[in-house]
Write a protein that binds this ligand. Structure first.
Ligand SMILES: [Zn+2]
Length: 308
């Protein structure tokens, strides 16, 4: 029983639920990529026709939620992007974009409608489900479908990423399945999405039992277990999900002025989980160290402010 801990983890029902939901989001993202790429390309063309082309590439740079255009072309692009933004008075993560590329790269424009953290995502395939779903709700080019169905899925995705013990109940997973199906029927005009919807159903209904003999070939992180044929090997899936979760927690803590008890609890729960699973801990140690440093800086800042 060399892999007893691993076997226990992969067969824990609530942990499996958590991963299954992640797998469904990956499938949903796959089914949306091409559609979104072609829609955003058309949207870019629509805007390009209204904005004069630059004579040369400018030096304008955006940072975080700030972008003060340094040239007339970028000022025009900013104006047009905002006109189509459903959250134009709220937070816009301009830092996702390289404005000097707006004229020639449609995806740099698309990223103005996405949550933070998309700066290095140069193509739709590089973006996660959250980025694509948020794009649909914040760019009015996608008006038409009932966007509450999209927001429901975004909310589920956020629940998943904020579940610091990496577990969700079977009742939650059932509701999640319904919301995904609602989404699929709302976007039934998207080529291939119905087929992807069936695959999602299969994932939700499968058992994903991992047997000890499946672990024989386990060599660290390339476990290939045929648990109802996951499209993604389970171990890759958990690495991907934990990585996304740590990244999200980092962004969240970085933006907060003061940390709540809940933030500290979340960090502690994740740390406990990883310390119980050495295979995962070794992969994520440097990210956890980065988070710990961020928490320490927060605490020092608080003490510093208290002394003033
Ligand atoms: Zn510019």
């Amino acid at each position: 029983m060399a892999h007893a801990g691993l076997l226990l983890r992969l067969n824990c029902q609530e942990y499996k639920n958590w991963m299954k939901a992640g797998q469904c989001l990956l499938l949903l993202k796959d089914s949306l990529q091409e559609f979104i790429a072609s829609e955003m390309s058309a949207f870019h063309k629509h805007l390009s026709n209204r904005i004069p082309p630059p004579r040369a590439r400018c030096q304008c740079r955006a940072r975080g939620r700030q972008f003060n255009p340094g040239c007339l072309v970028c000022a025009e692009w900013k104006k047009h992007i905002l006109e189509h933004h459903t959250n134009r008075n709220g937070e816009i993560h301009w830092g996702n974009c390289d404005p000097s590329l707006w004229s020639g790269h449609y995806w740099e424009v698309a990223k103005a409608y996405m949550p933070r953290g998309c700066t290095d995502k140069k193509r739709p395939e590089a973006c996660d489900a959250s980025a694509l779903l948020n794009l649909i709700t914040t760019c009015d080019h996608f008006r038409g479908p009932d966007l509450s169905k999209v927001r429901e899925v975004i909310k589920c995705r956020n629940d998943l990423m904020h579940s610091s013990d990496m577990k969700v109940s079977s009742a939650w997973l059932r509701q999640f399945g319904n919301k995904i199906q609602n989404f699929v029927s709302e976007f039934r005009h998207v080529p291939g999405i119905k087929e992807e919807g069936s695959k999602i159903q299969e994932v939700l209904q499968s058992d994903w039992a991992v047997l000890e003999q499946n672990l024989d070939t386990y060599d660290g992180f390339t476990l290939e277990c045929d648990a109802a044929n996951p499209v993604f090997p389970i171990c890759d899936l958990e690495l991907l999900m934990i990585d996304e979760m740590l990244q999200e927690l980092y962004y969240q803590l970085e933006e907060e002025d003061t940390l709540s008890e809940k933030d500290l609890d979340n960090f502690q729960t994740m740390q406990n989980f990883l310390s119980e699973h050495k295979d995962l801990q070794s992969v994520f140690q440097s990210k956890m160290d980065k988070l710990a440093l961020l928490l320490k800086n927060h605490a020092e800042l608080k003490v510093g402010l208290g002394q003033e």
